[in-house]
Write a protein that binds this ligand. Structure first.
Ligand code: AMP
Length: 431
């Protein structure tokens, strides 16, 4: 099957061709015709499956089907994303695939001045790509008009729920017309997502594609047990002795990312941190340097890493295991892409044994444990509760962590954490 048979018009086919895509991916094959037919869609697809083109191309096609007379501040399509990185990636796709179409788009996200964003909407745009918090602020100031909205897309809806955006999304939905096409993309179909979908979607077509690289065979996974205070030493040693040249390292908190970056630099390894406290410019630069090989290690938090487009990473290191087992799958999915082999190494201390157990349960397999004699853990060190760091815990994490017995949080703490996090994200201070 080619892009020609999917119902895309000439300007879109031309843009796709320029990208060098010869064949649609499975999600594109399924989603494009259904979206063009104006049906609601519930799609389970992760980053790396081609999902962005899977909704952007038919969205652009859909807009070509009608010719509305737009009033000032009215928009025709809205894509909601959990982070500004993802918003930027979607916006880039809209520009790329819409190169030969007349549609205008703009991005809305927190952490930067609101006035240029208000001005760009006033100038007139067809498509807005936004994070929920800032969009709600703009809508509250009557800076945007949803009355002519034709298509609403929720991208990485599971992430948006995790990050506590549900209330913002519901408030936004109330401002939108009932009659519109809604598309919901999510990495998982959790009960929470199904509940959200049942409230938002109208007889949706469900699309589920095989998760790419879900702990796929081409990714070799290894666990090294090591004491917490010796992790940095082990990581430096692994990078140097194994001559890793491009490594993505995950930490749980922004503070942890900064600290580790400093320590790696001190041991003579070029490193940069990428997280929500960094300015957009700093993040873009860090990513560019990493891609060009100027920086050997990129240290990232889970949320900051989502949506960053780095293909075929050879090495991913879990310096700290994620609190949510699904994040492990997302993290290691960054390596071994497109048939390349990859390696995912997890440094696990005594505090994290329960997290490791939960991950192995989720992926339904035991990860190979490789003992490094010089780093044998001290049996006298007892497990301690895992600290999430300042403003670091997402509500859901905190709750699950509580279940895992590694934390003393109660549901109230979870709720507070959720609220705190939402506020943090609203002001652009996402992880
Ligand atoms: P996504 O899942 O949307 O993050 O896309 C992952 C990557 O796949 C992006 O770098 C796209 O440029 C690329 N991509 C999307 N569609 C295709 C296709 N049909 N053929 C080859 N690459 C694609």
């Amino acid at each position: 099957m080619s892009f020609t048979t999917l119902g895309l018009s000439e300007p879109l086919q031309k843009a796709v061709k320029e990208q060098g895509y010869t064949e649609p991916t499975p999600i594109q094959k399924q989603a494009i015709p259904v979206i063009i037919q104006k049906k609601d869609v519930l799609a389970a697809a992760q980053t790396g499956t081609g999902k962005t083109a899977g909704f952007t191309l038919p969205l652009l096609e859909r807009l070509a089907q009608t010719e509305p007379h737009m009033k000032k501040q009215q928009i025709r399509a809205l894509v909601l994303t959990p982070t500004r990185e993802l918003a930027a990636q979607v916006a880039q796709s809209v520009k790329l695939y819409g190169k030969y179409t007349p549609y205008k788009s703009t991005m809305i996200f927190g952490g930067v001045g609101i006035n240029p964003q208000l001005a760009s909407i006033r100038k007139g745009v067809d498509i807005v790509i936004a994070t929920p918090g800032r969009l709600l602020d703009i809508a509250g100031q009557k800076g945007i008009d949803f009355s002519a909205l034709e298509v609403l897309i929720l991208d990485e809806a599971d992430r948006m729920l995790d990050m506590g955006f549900i209330h913002d999304i519901k408030k936004l939905m109330k401002m939108m017309p009932q009659k519109k096409q809604t598309l919901l993309f999510s990495a998982t179909f959790s009960p929470e997502i199904k509940k959200l979908a049942s409230g938002l979607l109208n007889h949706p077509k469900t699309i589920e594609v095989a998760r790419q690289n879900t702990t796929a065979e081409q990714i070799s996974q290894v666990v090294h047990y090591v004491d917490k205070h010796r992790k940095k030493e082990l990581l430096s040693q692994l990078i140097k002795t194994k001559k890793w040249e491009q490594v993505l390292v995950f930490t749980r908190t922004k503070h942890g990312a900064n600290k580790l970056t400093k320590q790696l630099e001190e041991s003579g390894i070029t490193a940069a941190a990428i997280h929500g406290n960094k300015s957009q410019g700093a993040r873009t630069k860090a990513l560019a340097n990493f891609k060009e090989g100027k920086t050997r290690v990129l240290v990232a938090t889970d949320i900051a890493a989502r949506g960053i487009d780095i293909d075929q990473l050879p090495h991913v290191v879990n310096y700290e295991l994620p609190n949510v087992p699904e994040d492990y799958v997302h993290r290691i999915g960054r390596t071994g892409r497109a048939g390349q082999s990859g390696e995912a190494v997890s440094l696990v201390c005594v505090d994290e044994h329960k997290l490791l157990f939960d991950i192995e349960k989720l992926i339904k397999s035991e990860i190979n444990k490789v003992h490094i004699p010089a780093f044998t853990p001290d049996p006298n060190i007892k497990a301690e509760p895992i600290q999430n760091g300042r403003g670091g815990g997402r509500g859901k994490n905190t709750k699950r962590q509580g279940n895992s017995g590694t934390s003393h949080n109660n549901s109230n703490a979870g709720r507070n954490s959720r609220n705190r996090n939402r506020n943090a994200n609203r002001s652009g201070r996402d992880k």
